[in-house]
Design a protein around this ligand. Structure first.
Ligand code: HEM
Length: 422
């Protein structure tokens, strides 16, 4: 059943005429979306909180009302199932914005995120109806090197641009940044609205540096738990450590030697990697599978039959040659020790090419990685790929940024408080 069959939009449900204007004014003034959707039981209370079926889950047919808890030890976006649509936004701090103003900014952003992720309008939200469909919204905040410098606190040594790699063709327009918003949900309108609210509340403090939008399989198009495919058609994300496991904790959360303000947090690397689809078109299926070391149909290793079979890196064929090539991407990227692994977060991107251009599209991967320590985890893997990886023939990193991801917070606290008040 289509979502629209069961859930009229909040705008449909809002009163019209003078009462509608009153409603909007009240919403703008108090952050309240006081309306009811009658027949559907979908409603917002005076505080703008969603009422009705807040426990609606993925299995309900629609998931517009799926809510990911905001408060907690860690920021929810690190462990939540990634939303189908994401916007990664980097900001640069305005001149003169120091520690106190950073705290004021983070209080505002935390309040916005706490409300919007729960399906509630942000304060002074003039489109409160758009907040009523959280669709699993998560808002994750990160700090670049410039932010920590302005906070006058010690940086972890890895909070800096990555070392140069020979494959890089980095552009300033996709690199760096003092702060990061990662906004993700299963509904693109939700992402757009949440981002607009966050950016409105950032105007006094920072300017937009870059914005990168990505997508994974749309909600409902695949059974849950299926691994996504990238735009080369490859099953991408199979060998991934799952949240809630000891391996995930070892790979992701800041270690005791990290600064106190980062305990409970992690780091995030975002690489924008262009994928040359036009030249990839010329590669046959055998070549494509050898490039990764996995099958295209179900993502199984060339040494196995099921997607989640372990890679057998020692297997040889009848000619004593490795079944998974010595330069296959999966071999070059493989790390056995969870403490040296990264947890990947991939989103496809597709930009329109300029009218009249020979290129049909500008396509690639927003390659994100969570890890406790960038230098000890991300860099060695990227170096191994830089030295030899068949995939490099068709892929080029064009953007790169590194952020510290502060821990989560409890109600009454704000993101980054330990950095800004510690
Ligand atoms: C456009 C660029 C890239 C594409 C298309 C791509 C694609 C893939 C695919 C298809 C797999 C196999 C399935 C899976 O386990 O997910 C894979 C595995 C992996 N990739 Fe990438 N990848 C890209 C860039 C990167 C980068 C930049 C890194 C890290 C610096 C990386 C790290 C990994 C790791 C750690 C694995 C798992 C290896 C294993 O243990 O089996 N990839 N990638």
């Amino acid at each position: 059943m289509k979502p629209t069959d069961t859930q009229p939009s909040a705008a449909d449900a809002a009163p019209s005429g003078p009462s509608r204007r009153l409603f909007l004014a009240a919403g703008a003034a108090a952050g309240a979306g006081a309306f009811a959707a009658g027949a559907t039981g979908v409603a917002l209370d005076r505080a703008g909180a969603f009422r009705g079926s807040p426990t609606a889950t993925d299995d309900a047919g629609t998931n517009g009302q799926r809510v990911v808890p905001f408060y907690g030890e860690h920021q929810a976006g690190v462990t939540a199932r990634p939303g189908a649509f994401a916007s990664f936004v980097a900001l640069d701090l305005k001149r003169g914005v120091g520690r106190e103003r950073l705290a004021a900014w983070m209080r505002l952003i935390t309040d916005d995120a706490a409300r919007l992720t729960q399906g509630r309008a942000a304060l002074a939200d003039v489109e409160p109806e758009l907040a009523a469909t959280p669709a699993g919204l998560t808002v994750t905040v990160g700090f670049g090197p410039g932010f920590v410098t302005r906070a006058r606190r010690d940086k972890p040594e890895w909070l800096a641009p990555l070392p140069a790699f020979t494959i890089d063709k980095l552009l300033d327009e996709w690199s760096g940044g003092d702060a990061l918003f990662l906004v993700a949900a299963d509904e693109p309108g939700t992402v757009a609205h949440a981002l607009r609210m966050l950016l409105k509340d950032s105007r006094l403090f920072a300017t937009l540096r870059w914005r990168q939008d990505g997508f994974r399989r749309a909600y409902g198009s695949d059974p849950h738990g299926m691994t996504m495919r990238n735009m080369f058609g490859q099953v991408d994300g199979t060998a991934s450590i799952r949240p809630g496991t000891a391996d995930f904790d070892a790979a992701v959360w800041a270690r005791p030697d990290a600064p106190a303000w980062l305990q409970g947090g992690t780091s995030f690397v975002l690489r924008r990697i262009a994928m040359d689809l036009d030249r990839w078109d010329a590669v046959d299926r055998v070549g494509r599978e050898n490039t990764i070391g996995r099958r295209l149909d179900n993502g199984a290793p060339l040494t196995g039959t099921d997607e989640h079979d372990a890679l057998d890196l020692d297997a040889v064929d009848a000619h004593s040659l490795p079944v998974i090539s010595s330069v296959a991407h999966a071999r070059r990227a493989h790390v056995a020790d969870p403490a040296k692994s990264i947890v990947r977060l991939g989103y496809n991107y597709e930009e329109r090419s300029a009218p009249g251009s020979e290129a049909l599209s500008l396509t690639g991967l927003l390659f994100g990685a969570w890890q406790a320590n960038v230098t000890e985890q991300f860099v060695p893997i990227q170096r191994s790929l830089d030295e030899a990886d068949l995939l490099n023939v068709w892929t080029t990193p064009v953007g790169s940024a590194v952020f510290a991801i502060p821990p989560g917070c409890t109600e009454g606290e704000y993101l980054g408080q330990a950095l800004l008040e510690g």
